[in-house]
Design a protein around this ligand. Structure first.
Ligand code: SAM
Length: 301
């Protein structure tokens, strides 16, 4: 690994920036309310040589609202990124300044922007963020759930087994969890979350910054009932409470739950206890009599 240092505003790009090369600007756009467009975003989009957009039709509407006339508007999305990415990088190396925008919010969050950034970084191209609206962080700060530590998950996979596999390692995450979801899947996703995490507190943030912005705060069960009576509409961020102290203590004190009695006793034996004491400890963990453990082991022999 070679260390590189990019100073965005001092033009001392570690000497590694290719001569005459342009910059990649990551420009945030509103997630609903056009007043969330920043002055700097407008200026950057006006000054850039090329704008690359996830959905050029959508971006044209935004540009026309802010009276921005792009010299070149390029399409860059999941299905053309393999061809479009290197082409965009070539333009930047030739000296063009390129602004990347997504449909809404910060580019490179739950869209292929991160791939373009990685490509730019690998070519020593300066990457300059132009911050602004973001759905996940807006939902988090208004959720009422802890903000000191959080994990952004984004969209879950589609298949049940993949969802389970994605959620299992998050069970013991103590920070708040942030998910993106569409209205068609939000109720089902809550069911998966309840299966994986139990009936934790959750905030559903809907239509952020828009006319029908709404925060639904309750337990997962309460939110499921609400959604049965109020069919989901609009875009959602699901903000889920992390593992509580009580849950962590319970998990710690019942680490053996997944083990068979045999494996439980073997665990203590492996830690150096004589078999008799290992059986005693396993019995005490499980709230059983030592005889029950003995009988269970006999049955297996
Ligand atoms: N790049 C965006 C950002 O910075 O937040 C996220 C784009 S991601 C492809 C789209 C998802 O973000 C939606 O499915 C929804 O979960 C969430 N989202 C976007 N706008 C939203 C809004 N106004 N209210 C609630 N969620 C929103």
């Amino acid at each position: 690994m070679t260390i590189t240092c990019q100073s965005s505003f001092q033009n001392n790009n570690d000497g590694a920036k290719p001569e005459g090369c342009g910059c990649l600007y990551l420009v945030a756009t509103p997630i609903g309310n056009l007043e969330d467009m920043t002055y700097r975003a407008v200026r950057t989009l006006k000054e850039c040589d090329i704008i690359a957009a996830e959905d050029t039709r959508q971006t044209r509407k935004l540009l026309s609202h802010f009276e921005i006339t792009p010299s070149m508007l390029f399409s860059y999305h999941e299905h053309n990124k393999a061809a479009s990415g290197p082409e965009l990088i070539r333009y930047i190396i030739e000296g063009k300044n390129l602004a990347l925008v997504s449909d809404a919010g910060l580019p490179a969050i739950s869209d292929p922007g991160a791939d373009l950034v990685a490509l730019a970084v690998s070519h020593q191209i300066p990457v300059i963020p132009i911050p602004g609206a973001n759905a996940a962080l807006s939902a988090l700060i208004a959720s009422g759930l802890p903000t000191a530590s959080f994990t952004f998950i984004g969209f879950l996979p589609r298949e049940r087994k993949d969802i389970r596999a994605a959620l299992a390692p998050l069970r013991s995450a103590q920070g708040t969890l942030l998910f993106y979801e569409s209205p068609h899947r939000v109720a089902k996703t809550l069911v998966h979350l309840q299966e994986a995490f139990g009936n934790r507190r959750v905030t559903l943030a809907r239509e952020l910054t828009k006319r029908y912005e709404e925060f639904l705060r309750g337990t997962i069960e309460e939110c499921c009932v609400w959604l049965e009576e109020h069919p989901p509409l609009g875009e959602y961020v699901i903000v889920l409470e992390g593992e509580s102290k009580e849950e962590a203590e319970l998990a710690e004190s019942s680490w053996w739950r997944e083990l068979s009695i045999e494996a439980h006793v073997a665990h203590y034996e492996a830690s150096g206890l004589p078999r008799k004491d290992a059986m005693k400890k396993a019995a005490s963990d499980r709230g059983l009599a030592k005889r029950d453990i003995y009988n269970a082991l006999l049955e297996r022999e």
